[in-house]
Ligand binder design. Structure first.
Ligand code: ACO
Length: 422
């Protein structure tokens, strides 16, 4: 059977056959038959805006792979820095390549003193860390004038390294400022994630050494959040990148998209939900309220996954390792009971609603001591490598500027009425 579709314009009887390639049909081909008739697809629910070789996702089967490697294997055997390299370069690094990559990232972790002293410290005392991060990332573009040279490969790579390296420094700085603690400089003797934890939590000790289990657990969470193909923030990165803006400005737009509660804020919503449920005895009543349409079970359901989110499975295992060190998060029992009740209830089963990545990640972050406002910031640290991989891919593909069409539903032409006559 031919892998194609045939469309007919019933106004003229004209037909056009369009091949189905890589699971999609070309809208440009459609345009040849129907110029001026646009696809109406709010939220891009059924539109592929890019060809990408970075992340493969099968929501029905619960499969997630970065550059062909299953997420389960990466989470178990790799590190966030290696995964960042893989996403950006398409291949796992050799030993020498990794060592050079690690060194370059490590030696770009410092931020310009003015970013911290003049810029970050200028925020109001109760500024949200994510709001500070969005602005600080955008401000970086003014510190690196070569950022505009996006087709100079050396300059482009420099910005990629700077962004991945400085993100944890900026993230920790926003936290320290919001709790009134002095800024902690990066410690180049530490690995990527342990250095971030040092900048977060160091007090008076000369050398902060994070608990290795917690550092590894956070590194796994970073791996799981590193990319998720054309999600809202990656789309923002691609749209701004398609105008050939510098990568800091594009990354700031991606951070802004992540700031929204529908995207980067879901794990915070889970914690708030579990706290408001309060005890295991209230779980049944809460589920009844969800089924009556009064509220949603946060951390359940996904636009793409119609089965258990593969990342949620890994996170659940990671949570056990974390709670061994921190002691159990008291909200865990409520979460486990909610999951058990939901997975055996026809309302959730028939709608294919399973735990997503955010159902357990917030419990881990909270047990590690991160305030709720830092949750999207942690997400941004991890997703930076994915955003940049997509940015590089679209520049290499010489993508057109993103410029969708609209279906106009406003007034037809009408004459201007002077204000004295209105
Ligand atoms: N609790 C209860 N019912 C739900 C839930 C939920 N969490 N999610 C979906 N449903 C129901 C809807 O009411 C709807 O039922 P109906 O057919 O009877 O009307 C059906 O399932 C389909 O739901 P939609 O909202 O159409 O699904 P959509 O794909 O648009 O939404 C979303 C996906 C936003 C993730 C949704 O499942 C949700 O709101 N989940 C809770 C928030 C959340 O956990 N977000 C994190 C996503 S992961 C991430 O961004 C990193």
């Amino acid at each position: 059977m031919a892998e194609s579709i045939t469309i007919t314009d019933n106004r003229t009887g004209q037909c056009l056959e369009i091949p189905i390639e890589n699971g999609g049909v070309s809208a440009v081909a459609w345009q040849k038959l129907l110029p001026g008739i646009w696809f109406y697809d709010p939220g891009f629910v059924s539109t592929a805006a890019a060809e990408s070789a970075i992340t493969y996702l099968d929501g029905e089967a619960g499969i997630l792979r970065y550059r062909g490697y299953p997420i389960e294997q990466l989470a178990e055997q790799s590190s966030y820095l290696e995964v960042a390299y893989l996403l950006l370069h398409g291949e796992l690094p050799t030993k020498d390549q990794f060592e050079m990559w690690r060194q370059e990232i490590t030696y770009h972790t410092f931020i310009h003193e003015n970013v911290r002293k003049r810029f970050l410290e200028g925020f109001h005392y109760d500024a949200h860390p994510m709001g500070m991060l969005v602005s600080a990332v955008a401000a970086l573009s003014t510190f690196y004038l070569d950022a505009k040279d996006i087709f100079d490969l050396e300059a482009r790579n420099k910005q990629i390294i700077r962004l991945i390296a400085k993100m944890p420094t900026l993230a920790a700085a926003t936290h320290r400022f919001s709790v009134g603690m002095p800024f902690v400089y990066p410690d180049n003797s530490l690995d990527f994630t342990s250095n971030f934890l040092s900048m977060m939590w160091k007090v008076a000790e000369p050398h902060f050494q994070a608990d290795p289990f917690l550092s590894r657990a956070l590194d796994i969470l970073f791996i799981l959040h590193a990319d998720h193909e054309q999600n809202c923030s990656t789309t923002a990165m691609r749209v701004v990148g398609s105008s050939h803006a510098d990568p800091y400005s594009a990354c700031a737009a991606a951070c802004a998209a992540l700031y929204g509660p529908r995207h980067g804020g879901a794990n915070e919503a889970v914690i708030r939900m579990l706290t408001s449920i309060g005890s295991m005895d209230e779980v049944d009543a809460f589920i009844a309220a969800v089924k009556a349409g009064e509220t949603r079970l946060q951390g359940f359901g996904h636009r793409v996954y119609k089965t258990y989110d593969p990342r949620a499975k890994i996170i659940k295992r990671t949570a056990d390792a974390v709670f061994e060190v921190t002691g159990k998060n008291p909200l865990l029992d409520i979460a486990l009971k909610l999951e058990e009740v939901a997975l055996s209830d026809d309302y959730f089963v028939s709608r294919h609603l399973y735990p997503n990545v955010d159902f357990y990640s917030g419990l881990i972050y909270q047990a590690m001591g991160f305030p709720l406002t830092m949750f999207p910031v942690l997400f941004a640290i991890a997703r930076t490598s994915g955003w940049l991989a997509h940015w590089v891919e679209l520049l290499d593909q010489d993508m057109k500027i993103a410029r969708p069409r609209q279906l106009f539903i406003g007034s037809q032409e009408r004459p201007y009425v002077p204000i004295s006559e209105r």
